[in-house]
Design a protein around this ligand. Structure first.
Ligand SMILES: [Cu+2]
Length: 122
Protein backbone atom coordinates (compact mmCIF):
# COMPACT_ATOMS: atom_id res chain seq x y z
CA UNK A 1 0.00 0.00 0.00
CA UNK A 2 2.70 2.44 1.00
CA UNK A 3 4.77 1.37 -2.00
CA UNK A 4 1.88 2.07 -4.37
CA UNK A 5 1.43 5.56 -2.96
CA UNK A 6 5.10 6.38 -3.46
CA UNK A 7 4.86 5.17 -7.04
CA UNK A 8 1.86 7.39 -7.71
CA UNK A 9 3.65 10.37 -6.17
CA UNK A 10 6.65 9.79 -8.41
CA UNK A 11 4.44 9.73 -11.52
CA UNK A 12 2.76 12.96 -10.43
CA UNK A 13 6.15 14.63 -9.96
CA UNK A 14 7.38 13.46 -13.36
CA UNK A 15 4.37 14.66 -15.27
CA UNK A 16 4.28 17.85 -13.23
CA UNK A 17 7.88 18.55 -14.21
CA UNK A 18 7.38 18.20 -17.94
CA UNK A 19 3.95 19.75 -18.47
CA UNK A 20 4.30 23.37 -17.28
CA UNK A 21 7.12 24.15 -19.73
CA UNK A 22 5.15 22.69 -22.63
CA UNK A 23 1.87 24.43 -21.88
CA UNK A 24 3.55 27.78 -21.21
CA UNK A 25 5.16 27.66 -24.63
CA UNK A 26 2.03 26.68 -26.53
CA UNK A 27 -0.11 29.32 -24.80
CA UNK A 28 2.51 31.93 -25.73
CA UNK A 29 2.13 30.97 -29.40
CA UNK A 30 -1.64 31.15 -29.16
CA UNK A 31 -1.50 34.60 -27.59
CA UNK A 32 0.90 35.84 -30.25
CA UNK A 33 -1.33 34.97 -33.21
CA UNK A 34 -4.00 37.68 -32.88
CA UNK A 35 -1.31 40.36 -32.51
CA UNK A 36 0.26 39.38 -35.81
CA UNK A 37 -3.00 40.12 -37.59
CA UNK A 38 -3.50 43.48 -35.88
CA UNK A 39 -3.11 46.96 -37.30
CA UNK A 40 0.46 47.60 -36.16
CA UNK A 41 2.28 44.54 -37.51
CA UNK A 42 2.07 44.09 -41.28
CA UNK A 43 2.58 40.46 -42.23
CA UNK A 44 5.99 40.06 -43.86
CA UNK A 45 5.08 37.55 -46.56
CA UNK A 46 1.56 38.83 -47.20
CA UNK A 47 0.23 38.17 -50.71
CA UNK A 48 -1.74 40.88 -52.53
CA UNK A 49 -2.94 43.41 -49.96
CA UNK A 50 -6.63 43.55 -49.17
CA UNK A 51 -8.27 46.73 -50.44
CA UNK A 52 -10.84 48.41 -48.19
CA UNK A 53 -13.50 50.92 -49.21
CA UNK A 54 -15.05 53.81 -47.29
CA UNK A 55 -15.98 57.48 -47.61
CA UNK A 56 -14.69 60.60 -45.93
CA UNK A 57 -13.76 64.26 -46.05
CA UNK A 58 -10.25 65.47 -46.94
CA UNK A 59 -8.88 67.39 -43.93
CA UNK A 60 -5.26 68.05 -44.82
CA UNK A 61 -2.91 67.49 -47.74
CA UNK A 62 0.86 67.31 -48.04
CA UNK A 63 2.99 66.36 -51.05
CA UNK A 64 2.70 62.65 -50.24
CA UNK A 65 -0.03 62.25 -47.62
CA UNK A 66 -3.71 63.01 -47.16
CA UNK A 67 -5.57 63.17 -43.83
CA UNK A 68 -9.16 61.99 -44.13
CA UNK A 69 -12.03 62.10 -41.62
CA UNK A 70 -13.43 58.74 -42.71
CA UNK A 71 -16.53 56.68 -42.00
CA UNK A 72 -16.23 53.33 -40.18
CA UNK A 73 -14.40 50.53 -42.01
CA UNK A 74 -16.23 47.27 -41.28
CA UNK A 75 -13.55 45.07 -42.81
CA UNK A 76 -10.99 46.35 -40.31
CA UNK A 77 -13.34 46.91 -37.36
CA UNK A 78 -12.42 50.61 -37.40
CA UNK A 79 -14.76 53.29 -36.07
CA UNK A 80 -15.05 56.64 -37.82
CA UNK A 81 -11.84 58.62 -37.30
CA UNK A 82 -9.43 61.07 -38.87
CA UNK A 83 -6.18 59.54 -40.02
CA UNK A 84 -3.38 60.05 -42.51
CA UNK A 85 -2.88 57.91 -45.60
CA UNK A 86 0.14 57.97 -47.86
CA UNK A 87 -0.44 58.77 -51.54
CA UNK A 88 0.88 56.45 -54.25
CA UNK A 89 3.92 57.97 -55.94
CA UNK A 90 2.76 56.97 -59.41
CA UNK A 91 0.02 59.61 -59.50
CA UNK A 92 -2.75 57.00 -59.75
CA UNK A 93 -4.90 58.96 -57.29
CA UNK A 94 -6.25 62.24 -58.74
CA UNK A 95 -5.46 65.56 -57.06
CA UNK A 96 -7.62 66.14 -53.97
CA UNK A 97 -8.57 69.32 -52.19
CA UNK A 98 -9.25 70.09 -48.53
CA UNK A 99 -12.95 69.89 -47.67
CA UNK A 100 -13.70 67.54 -50.56
CA UNK A 101 -15.97 64.54 -49.89
CA UNK A 102 -14.58 61.39 -51.44
CA UNK A 103 -15.32 57.73 -51.84
CA UNK A 104 -11.97 55.97 -51.63
CA UNK A 105 -10.15 52.67 -51.34
CA UNK A 106 -6.93 51.95 -49.48
CA UNK A 107 -4.63 49.10 -48.58
CA UNK A 108 -2.01 48.35 -45.94
CA UNK A 109 1.37 49.54 -47.17
CA UNK A 110 4.76 49.37 -45.42
CA UNK A 111 4.43 51.61 -42.33
CA UNK A 112 0.74 52.44 -42.68
CA UNK A 113 -2.11 52.69 -45.14
CA UNK A 114 -2.03 54.02 -48.68
CA UNK A 115 -4.82 55.29 -50.91
CA UNK A 116 -5.53 53.07 -53.89
CA UNK A 117 -8.26 55.16 -55.51
CA UNK A 118 -10.37 58.22 -54.74
CA UNK A 119 -13.56 59.49 -56.36
CA UNK A 120 -15.15 62.88 -55.49
CA UNK A 121 -18.72 62.69 -54.12
CA UNK A 122 -21.17 65.44 -54.95
CU1 LIG B 1 -8.81 55.29 -39.74
Amino acid sequence: MLKALRFAAAIALLSGASFPAFSAESSHDMAGMPDMQGMSMPAKAAPAATVYHTEGVVKKLTADTVSIAHHPVAGLGWPAMTMTFSLPKDGSVPALSVGEKISFTFAQHEQGYQLVSATPLN
